[in-house]
Ligand binder design. Structure first.
Ligand code: SF4
Length: 563
């Protein structure tokens, strides 16, 4: 049964979609499809299929029909729409080159296999959960299991017939794929060292748990204008890319009220990147879920639904401004005023990823380690789980930099865990190239991709390690397979946007448009797209080596490569 705004059942915790505010003049945004302005008629195909049936309802059809009858039985509106509500996307057919990405009917790019995303809120995993992820990978996903830059794990080669069994296996250990994709509240990012780091300002874990309980899989919030990304971290290292989330809670200390969170809204990258803005409000831990509810409520009710490329919260925030956004949040949703509060402080540490060996506040240690560009597999994850368990740890974490951590290692086990990780080619003291390079899925599996990314990233790291063995400064190299920004190209020192470029023989080959000098942090900014600066994939190591060599030759006293 469709859950339209008119039929959704309100609950005490989740108010019904709002009706037009009596005094609000709505003429300017008439036609943007904002429910809060009384515009409920779907204005595009996506809004129509969401109105026809709630994406969450597709699970029953997957279990009772599609998994029994196979790929060809899947309703197209489910296949390319609602299945995302359960973390499923069709993957790219093998052997179709990047030049065809833009010209073929997208349906011709569909393989009969799926990518399946497992949401890992806060990046938190037990050993049993990591083992289950590994076993699903080996049994159903041809061994694939990539770490994403939103703390999730993604499988490929998933057959629809196997999806119910995969859910059973994941859900038995408390994992889920619910709303891992789609126009929904996506995974809530959290500090991988929440509750353990010595320098922590505040542990946001209880707020993440409560957000999950109240808002994930809740049909009051399962038809948003587009995806809704959230982050909660009390780490002074600013370790969850809060600047590019729809809503983010960043640990700060209020001079009178103590530790809490600074509220940011409206960040997002993709083809119209915007950094989040501060609302100047301080939120205590126990109020975080309510404020999350208010911001997602504004998005549901006032977010633009006419054009998909204007449907993210960032466009509403840009049009309203911080002051009006805060006022609507307080007056219409929270029915209370928020306290004013301070901004976060620029962290002393320049890496945000927690890689290395670090003492916890309880005297034990956490150990962060780096695979290459998030490419791991089921076998390797199983080995990480076994290593953690063998040394008394039951907690593993994923990061927003495609890295991982093992927590709670007693001092006498640290050396053995480090040696075990290094033996698996998971570096605890990686080169800056391995540490700072990320890559999106790319043409291997992604239907939107124009170029290959994961293998390119891995060989780039190996090449740079060979050519510049003594380069030791933090830097970021983010490789994307198309103009979207899944690997955050705009906020990297080297942002590489995949496209076809012309080589020296006049041939169209895989390559990248280069964006230089982007950064996250309190001096966050987007990289400059250098006009005409495109490199072929083959020439990428030469190009980066050239830039870094010239920088080192010319740098002034105290100058750093990255901001
Ligand atoms: Fe696919 Fe493009 Fe995202 Fe890479 S950036 S995963 S190629 S959509």
């Amino acid at each position: 049964m469709a859950t339209s705004p008119e039929t959704a059942e309100p609950t005490a915790e989740s108010p019904a979609p709002r009706r037009p505010a009596a005094a609000r003049k709505v003429t300017r945004h008439r036609g943007e499809g904002q429910w809060g302005m009384g515009h409920f008629t779907p204005l595009n195909a996506n809004e129509q299929f969401k109105k026809d049936d709630d994406g969450l309802n597709v699970r029953t059809r997957i279990e009772t029909i599609y998994a029994q009858r196979g790929f060809d039985s899947i309703d197209p509106a489910d296949l390319r729409g609602r299945m995302r509500w359960w973390g499923l996307y069709t993957q790219r057919k093998e052997g179709i080159d990047g030049g065809k990405t833009a010209i073929l009917d997208p349906h011709e790019l569909d393989a009969e296999y799926f990518m399946l995303r497992v949401r890992i809120d806060g990046g938190r995993l037990t050993v049993a959960q990591l083992k289950a992820i590994a076993e699903v990978s080996e049994e159903y996903a041809r061994g694939t299991a990539d770490l994403t830059d939103r703390q999730n794990i993604q499988y490929h080669w998933i057959r629809i017939e196997d999806v119910p069994a995969i859910w059973r296996k994941l859900e038995a250990v408390g994992l889920s794929t619910t709303e891992a994709c789609g126009d929904t509240p996506r995974v809530v990012l959290g500090s991988p060292v929440a509750g353990v780091a010595e320098d922590e300002i505040i542990d946001g874990t209880p707020a993440i748990d409560e957000i999950q309980r109240r808002f994930i899989g809740n049909k009051d919030f399962s038809n948003l204008p587009r995806k809704f990304k959230a982050a909660v971290s009390g780490s002074p290292r600013l370790d969850v890319a809060h600047e590019i989330n729809d809503v983010a809670f960043v640990g700060v200390v209020h001079p009178e009220h103590g530790p809490g969170f600074d509220l940011w809204v409206g960040g997002g990258l993709s083809t119209n990147p915007k950094l989040g803005v501060r609302l100047g409000a301080w939120v205590p831990l126990e109020q975080v879920p309510d404020v999350f509810g208010g911001v997602i409520g504004i998005f549901r009710d006032y977010g633009y639904r006419r054009l998909r490329n204007r449907a993210r919260l960032k466009f509403l925030v840009a049009d309203w401004g911080a002051e009006k956004f805060r006022q609507v949040l307080e007056d219409e949703y929270l029915k209370d005023k928020l306290l004013d509060g301070p901004a976060p402080v620029e962290p002393a540490a320049r890496w945000r990823d927690h890689v290395g060996v670090h003492r916890q506040k309880d005297g034990r240690y956490f150990i962060g380690f780096a695979p290459r560009v998030g490419r791991v597999d089921g076998k390797l994850l199983g080995e990480v789980a076994d290593l953690a368990a063998a040394h008394g740890s039951d907690r593993v974490r994923t990061t927003t930099e495609q890295k991982m951590l093992i927590l709670d290692v007693a001092e006498e086990h640290v050396d053995a865990v480090v040696a075990g990780l290094e033996a698996l080619d998971l570096r605890v003291t990686p080169s800056p190239f391995r540490r700072g390079t990320m890559a999106c899925t790319g043409i291997e599996y992604c239907k939107l991709a124009i170029v290959e990314t994961k293998q390119r990233g891995r060989t780039l790291i190996d090449e740079l390690e060979k050519r510049l063995p003594d380069f030791d400064e933090p830097l970021t190299i983010n490789i994307n397979g198309c103009p979207n920004a899944c690997a955050r190209i705009q906020v990297a020192d080297f942002g590489l946007k995949g496209q076809l470029v012309t080589d020296e023989n006049g041939e169209q080959v895989e390559g990248y448009q280069v964006h230089l000098g982007g950064a996250l942090g309190l001096e966050a900014g987007f990289g400059r797209k250098v006009r005409g600066l495109k490199v072929t994939s083959a020439a990428l190591p030469d190009y980066i080596e050239r830039v870094l060599t010239r920088y080192r030759a010319d740098r002034a006293e105290g100058e750093r490569f990255a901001q």
